[in-house]
Design a protein around this ligand. Structure first.
Ligand SMILES: Nc1ncnc2c1ncn2[C@@H]1O[C@H](COP(=O)(O)OP(=O)(O)O)[C@@H](O)[C@H]1O
Ligand SMILES: [Mg+2]
Length: 238
């Protein structure tokens, strides 16, 4: 579905991605793990065309992805950014509608709204509430719902667990698994919370300072000694 070859990107001469290669198959959940500053967000921003790559290729179903962010969304890749980026003075409904403004199949939108509400009943209860008044967990749900409203082939999630209580993180990851199974949405999840991400992922990649250090099945990565070192601060099962 998504193939990245030797991707390099930098900020003002400082290289943040140093030759990243990875792939995500259709209907797969893939986790990219790495500590703060590893380049995870830069990777997603480069796929989204928000950051311009220095070299390398990004292929969606075998074809190079567009170089303009909104066209990347049209092509089927949606980015749920770090920190959710909910619009505080728009309602839950209006925030969700932002997710589908590029869609051509407008007739499907009502059905998809019902689909989003079925996964996130809390959003349905709060349809008319302003985004800024939601809790952190609800804002993350809204960000995911907004992403789903674009009907993506690949949904990329930047640290969905960040700043949320463990019980909410568990809920969100459970819903992501259900969405992957029921909607067939391919998921690329970037996380510092390695144990949590690997608990739902099929495969994973470990990233350190702009490079991929290890890759493999989620179960194998969980046994990787380096993973334990990097994430000593993270509580297992959290
Ligand atoms: N807008 C920016 N300008 C300059 N440097 C940046 C910018 N964004 C990120 N960086 C640098 O790029 C590296 C990777 O950052 P980032 O992709 O945000 O890592 P992660 O998401 O894994 O924490 C870091 O060294 C960071 O300081
Ligand atoms: Mg980041």
């Amino acid at each position: 579905m998504l193939t990245i070859n030797n991707l390099e990107a930098s900020y003002g001469g400082i290289r943040a991605l140093r030759g990243i290669s990875l792939h995500v198959k259709e209907r797969e959940i893939v986790a990219v793990l790495g500590s703060n500053g590893a380049g995870k967000s830069t990777l997603l921003k480069t796929i989204s065309a928000v950051v311009k790559p220095d070299s390398g290729e990004i292929l969606l179903e075998g074809a190079p992805t567009p170089t303009i962010p909104y066209r990347v969304v049209e092509a089927g890749i949606v980015h749920v950014p770090e920190g959710r980026q909910i619009i505080a003075n728009l309602t839950v409904y209006e925030n969700l509608m932002i997710g589908c403004f590029l869609r051509k199949d407008k007739k499907q939108i009502q059905d998809d709204l019902e689909m989003v509400y079925s996964y996130f009943p809390r959003l349905k209860e709060r349809t008319k509430q302003y985004g800024g008044l939601l809790s952190g967990g609800e804002q993350q749900m809204l960000a995911l719902g907004r992403g789903l409203m674009a009907k993506p082939k690949v949904m990329m999630l930047d640290e969905p667990s960040l700043g949320l209580a463990p019980i909410i993180v568990n809920q969100i990851f459970e819903i992501l698994t259900t969405i992957n199974q029921e909607q067939g949405t391919t998921l690329l999840i970037v996380e510092q919370n390695a144990y949590k991400a690997l608990s739902i992922a099929h495969r994973g990649y470990m990233m350190t300072t702009g490079t991929i250090e290890a890759e493999g099945d989620a179960q194998d990565l969980l046994k990787n000694e380096n993973l334990k070192e990097i994430y000593l601060g993270q509580t297992k099962g959290n």
